[in-house]
Design a binder for this molecule. Sequence first.
Ligand code: C2E
Ligand code: MG
Ligand code: MG
Ligand code: MG
Length: 285
Amino acid sequence: LKRAKQTKKFELFSSDNLDRALHRFSLETDLRRALERDELELHYQPLIDLESGKLNGFEALARWNHPLLGMVSPLDFIPVAEESGLIVPLGRWVLQKASATIALWERESGSDLPIRVSVNLSAVQLLRDDVPSAVEHAIKAAGIDGDRLTLELTESAFVDDPEGAKTVLDALKALNTNLAMDDFGTGYSNLAYLQKLPIDVLKIDRSFVSDMLANKDNRAIVSTILSLASALGMKTTAEGIETQAVSDELKGLGCTNGQGYYYARPLTADAAYEFLSARKASATN
Ligand code: C2E
Ligand code: MG
Ligand code: MG
Ligand code: MG
């Protein structure tokens, strides 16, 4: 590092690049270990049926409880996992953990109400892993029906190889899972192609939803996506609902599900189970 100051050639090593590379390197090494040591967790954010106000399921969101850094956001470690290939074992872990949790909650609550959990699939994971076989393995190991899982994909999964992606989606539908297009509206939207895919739900990105009452353009985008979904026979979930006013507006526009801090933040598994039990009790009263 001293030499870095002396010659231009070594300057590279004192640059931000190196910092970033080292940071990434240690994150990657740590992440590999985290998977082995069970430092990853899933938190669960409620999805609310806007018409009835009832709980309609949860989205599983990965968290890394790092021994030194504390809770690391998936926005920081999912890209590292994608670049290193760790997304394959990580993605399998998420599928298994979510499936096992569904089975546990259904057993503990002793109810015949189905519990549904959405799991995020990365585009890189879809390219690198045999995701249908990973899903099949996870649901069989947990003893749940595929219908309990919703798999969230992003448009980026379809850019390079739409035909290949369709084959994968068809295989996932054959397992009886539900498919959702996540962050809809932020990416490359080939509408002609969307119609050919077996997608059940469009998830409207938070960047359009949160300020839709103040921002006319965003309100127009949200309402256009809702019409499109309705025309294509798809359900809708709006994410990033932070106020009752936005919740009411979306209900009026016919959006199926709502997700956001207004209802609940992502909860630990225990807190999510409490949320579920409380809702179930009020539903039967
Ligand atoms: P996403 O799938 O679009 O998930 C929604 C994100 O919005 C979550 O962030 C959630 O905490 C946040 N959110 C929900 N409601 C509100 C709200 O009202 N206000 C605000 N400000 N934020 C809200 P999170 O948990 O940080 O996850 C970020 C992204 O990381 C996810 O975006 C998803 O793309 C990715 N991710 C999370 N878990 C996994 C995973 O297990 N596998 C993969 N491949 N990606 C994951
Ligand atoms: Mg998602
Ligand atoms: Mg989303
Ligand atoms: Mg999003």
